[in-house]
Design a protein around this ligand. Structure first.
Ligand code: HEC
Length: 195
């Protein structure tokens, strides 16, 4: 058998073995598509955050409380309890911020339990006011900070269960005590660099 033919057979055999072991080379997107509409990116991020928060509330907090396994408490560290869903979201937002990819998100309100969760800019103030009036669409714009442009989206955060209103209406630090089921209690503010 000629050397070239042997080499050909050997190459095919190696390829079959590699495919069999599911060996693949890392693939990197070469970047020939130019950018995704930031509104779509915000929708993706919002979908992930909201799913995580809802599933944590239902499958961890509610289930553990119902079965008497653990309680959720604002003072979760001191009480050896589960963090509240809002606290989990804020913690994950801080962790993502530390990763330095430029993505920021947090829960905020015009009537925050803690002042740190109030609007930090005029844009946030206007956005929160807008979603309180009509929460069907996020309030969005491009904001410049230094030399960077950020896409910011503020999504309405509604009182989806009576637990939301009960806790916020009775919290000792809450400045608003007449929230009702279905009300927009605040907003989820998502921002990321687009330049
Ligand atoms: C057991 C009490 C409790 C429940 C239930 C609760 N929250 Fe909160 N929420 C808090 C606390 C405490 C904070 C502040 C957390 C922090 O900053 O550490 C907070 C923060 C927030 C904020 C940010 C503004 C602020 O008030 O500081 C929003 C918006 C919010 N919650 C909406 C909701 C919604 C919507 C629900 C229901 C899906 C809900 N919360 C359920 C206690 C609660």
């Amino acid at each position: 058998m000629k050397v070239a033919r042997r080499f050909q057979i050997l190459s095919i055999a190696v390829a079959i073995v590699l495919i069999g072991f599911n060996v693949s080379w890392p693939h990197e997107y070469s970047g020939d598509l130019k950018g995704i509409d930031p509104m779509i990116v915000a929708e993706y991020i919002h979908a992930v955050i909201e799913s995580d928060r809802t599933l944590y509330a239902i499958h961890v907090v509610e289930r553990m409380q119902d079965t008497g396994t653990a309680i959720a408490s604002e003072r979760w560290e001191a009480m050896n309890a589960l963090p509240l869903p809002a606290q989990m979201l804020l913690l994950s937002g801080k962790r993502v911020q530390k990763m330095g990819v430029g993505l920021h998100y947090r829960l905020a309100s015009l009537w925050p339990i803690y002042a740190k969760n109030g609007p930090k800019t005029d844009f946030e103030q206007q956005g929160l006011e807008a979603v309180v009036k009509d929460g069907s669409q996020p309030y969005t714009d491009i904001i410049e900070e230094g030399n960077t442009k950020f896409f910011v989206a503020i999504y309405a955060d509604r009182a989806v269960s009576s637990a939301c209103v009960n806790c916020h209406n009775t919290h000792i630090l809450s400045p608003k005590r007449d929230q009702k089921l279905g009300d927009v209690m605040g907003g989820l503010i998502i921002s990321f660099p687009v330049q």
